[in-house]
Design a protein around this ligand. Structure first.
Ligand code: ATP
Length: 434
């Protein structure tokens, strides 16, 4: 299959089955804005929950935060975003399109050879807005372009309220906004997106070792959730690509059908951010290590990933097409941790009242502990195909024999192997497999 065709199939599956819709579609759609449908929202929540569990709940040294999207505009002066957060853009006098000057080679343009570019100009990527009823300069603020600054400005609050010692990480998931010049590749690059970021504060002497640990851990996270190892790689930034304050940065990249692209960056941001905020706010943001009798600005290691990008990568990676008995079979081989639906309960005959009643009872019992659905709206072959296509891990089929022997057929998604399991032991069986 052509790479372009793979992407088209995934976009079409996402729409058809309720993973991702075009935003404002009934009005012709808003370019590069996407809405997560009933299955998409489950998948995305599972990605976020897997991340939160891995970086907050199963560690001793990271706490969570949920800061607001609107912040004082002074934050963006201190962070350098007001002055420096821009991409260089060029306009084409011929096709009238606008491109990022560092992406001219891969630009999507049908009249490439005729392109005639203007000089590059800086274009600030922050969305400007006004706070309150008066739209003057004093009321200007921005939609945050990253969640990280919400963490830096709360560093002192978190330390004071938790009485924690360094090293300590603060994790946050939330929306960010960037007025990207060339969004595209489905949900890969959009103007509104969700980030999952950690700022890990540590002693400057420990920063380098700590950076490596986070690179390893974050890489492993994608593998633990079933991502294909050969399609993941690390890319260390050369020195001339690093932000002036950064001491090092490695990206985790995934091989999408449109090429190797960044899922997450893990940077050593040194003590830049806290020093800037200390200077601009006048607050004392140094850490006082009372045991060692030392005061210092901690260094910060920042693993910063995109929820939408990770979700897209998991979808692409799970997409599987094969020929079974002369027909094409599509399945999403998602990890059970990510699959939007874990189990589907399907009665073989919907006209048999007893059978339907048993199937409904099984579903009702399972749903207390397992995300599951009941479906009797088609013949069993079609029901299986529907569930495979959305990545449901197990189908439980209730048939007439079930009424006699108290057993149901459990079919596993990837192998399509079927097993008879007693209704009594069903939940335990499924929970152990999931
Ligand atoms: P890129 O080079 O792709 O523009 P970036 O290096 O500017 O990304 P960061 O500022 O490091 O990205 O942001 C951290 C993470 O946030 C990225 O790795 C990505 O997963 C996500 N992200 C950034 N911009 C976007 C976007 N426009 N759409 C979706 N996700 C994004």
């Amino acid at each position: 299959m052509e790479n372009k065709e793979v992407m088209e199939k995934i976009v079409s599956l996402c729409k058809r089955r309720g993973f991702i819709f075009q935003s404002s579609e009934i009005y012709g759609g808003l370019a590069s804005a996407w809405d997560y449908g009933p299955l998409g929202v489950e998948l995305k929540r599972n990605v976020k929950e897997a991340w939160w569990k891995s970086v907050v709940h199963t560690r001793e040294d990271v706490v969570g935060l949920d800061a607001s999207i609107l912040m004082s505009p002074k934050v963006w002066d201190a962070s350098g975003h007001t002055e420096n957060f821009h991409d260089d853009k060029v306009d084409c006098r011929y096709c009238k399109k606008r491109f990022r000057s560092d992406q001219l080679e891969e630009r999507d343009c049908k009249t490439r050879e005729k392109c005639d570019f203007t000089e590059a100009r800086a274009f600030n990527l922050m969305f400007k807005t006004h706070l309150g009823p008066v739209e003057d300069e004093k009321a200007v603020t921005y939609l945050r372009p990253e969640t990280a600054q919400g963490i830096f400005v709360n560093f002192k609050n978190v330390l004071d309220s938790t009485h924690r010692k360094l090293p300590l990480g603060i994790a946050q998931i939330g929306k960010s906004f960037r007025n990207e010049i060339t969004p595209g590749n489905f949900t890969f690059r959009t103007r509104e997106f969700e980030q999952m970021e950690i700022e890990y504060f540590t002693h400057p002497d420990q920063a380098e070792a700590c950076h490596q640990q986070w690179i390893d851990e974050r890489f492993q996270w994608y593998l633990d959730l079933g991502m294909t190892k050969d399609r993941l790689r690390l890319r260390k930034h050369p020195d001339d690509e690093l932000a002036h304050y950064a001491k090092g940065c490695s990206d985790i990249e995934y091989e999408f059908p449109f090429g190797w692209s960044e899922l997450e960056g893990i940077a050593n941001r040194t003590d830049f951010d806290l020093k800037q905020h200390a200077q601009f706010s006048g607050e004392k943001l140094q850490y006082h290590d009372q045991v060692a009798g030392e005061k210092y600005f901690p260094f910060v290691i920042e693993p910063s990933g995109g929820v939408d990008r990770a979700t897209l990568a998991f979808l692409v990676d799970a997409y599987h097409e094969e020929e079974v008995e002369g027909r094409s079979r599509v399945s999403l081989r998602l990890s059970p941790k990510l699959a939007p639906i874990k189990v589907a309960v399907l009665p073989l005959l919907k006209k048999n009242v007893d059978l339907v009643e048993l199937a409904r009872r099984i579903k009702k019992d399972l749903q207390k502990d397992i995300v599951c659905v009941y479906d009797d709206t088609a013949a069993i072959g079609k029901l299986y195909r529907r569930q495979d296509e959305v990545g449901t891990c197990f189908c439980v089929t209730v048939d007439v024999d079930s009424l006699e022997d108290g057993q149901v057929t459990v079919r596993e998604r990837d192998s399509m192997k079927q097993e008879r399991i007693s209704v009594e032991g069903l939940k335990e069986y499924l929970m152990s497999k999931l």
